[in-house]
Design a protein around this ligand. Sequence first.
Ligand code: PSV
Ligand code: MN
Length: 388
Amino acid sequence: MVDTRTVLDALKQQRIETPSWAYGNSGTRFKVFPQEGVPRDPYEKIADAATVHRFTGVAPSVALHIPWDKVDDYAHLAAHAAEQGVRLGAINSNVFQDNDYKLGSVTNPDPRVRRKAIDHLLECIDIMDATGSTDLKLWFSDGTNYPGQDDARRRMDRMEEALRETYARLGSHQRMLLEYKLFEPAFYMTDVPDWGTAYMHCLAVGERAQVVVDTGHHAPGTNIEFIVAALLRAGRLGGFDFNSRFYADDDLMVGSADPFQLFRIMHEIVLADALRPEANIAFMLDQCHNIEPKIQAVIRSVMNVQEATAKALLVDHAALAAAQDAGDVLEANAILMDAYNTDVRPLLRQLREEMGIDPDPIAAYKRSGYYEKIKAERVGGVQAGWGA
Ligand code: PSV
Ligand code: MN
């Protein structure tokens, strides 16, 4: 039996980072449906992130995406975040929305374009210096659509060269998080398509280069928890971009499509004692709320991660190891399923009461009038969005 106190204490330490872009308008390539009250600038996005933290108590940082969150004075933005009770988290680079990147960014055959892309990555580190962020998150849309279009190995060399130069610019307290994605926007070949390729590049550049697992970036049926276990074992799991998928990179709320998968992932984290903040695994969301109210959806997502974590913390590790060592297949599976099937909602209500917040974050948010306030205030100007 796992002691409830231990579970509550572990949950109190959990930190989940929300993405600035989740608060802006988003959609598919078919249509973006604008919503009322959407932030017009990074300052308003941070206010929304702070609201999520106020009602959940475990989301004290917000990731930025550059240039979507470009401002003149990043130190001022960081001070604004601190005033609101949150801090600025990972800086996400964007080398995928410029005409120059049609044939790739850091792997582009044209050295001028490669230089431009690397300069952007270096600029992101300047921003980290100003905001106090420690994580540079890299995702490359680079790839090819047709066999023969470019040389795979030469593109790998260019990728590594860019990563090396970027890594060399990092301060000793900063790290690089490299994200992989199976496909999209490239269809034939992606330059960093899987964890093995990301790991290979991280090994080549240095120990503060680590892999990010975006849960939406795998083929259907992929055993993501195995990847998590392998990266943890190698000391190269930098963090997660959490979201849910039914078909491709759907970016739905984490834990909505497959809560059991999220539990299995968090089970690997708990087994490796990697939930503690000192383990330095970044638990980030990377989501887009196209048809649902955004702030509520982010609150729900944070709660979903907490629920999966609470269940993972309930797994009786001693009993599980004993069943595994005895070769008792069904008992081992039953121990895992017992934890998964536990209703942890009363425990989470208790957690929130102990943390001095409302036990029902969604109801409390709805009662707060925040949504009505931003709807009334945020009129005019240009709503933020990622430009689909
Ligand atoms: C790419 O699909 C991705 O997962 C990367 O993390 C980007 O930064 C993000 O989505 C943009 O929404
Ligand atoms: Mn992502």
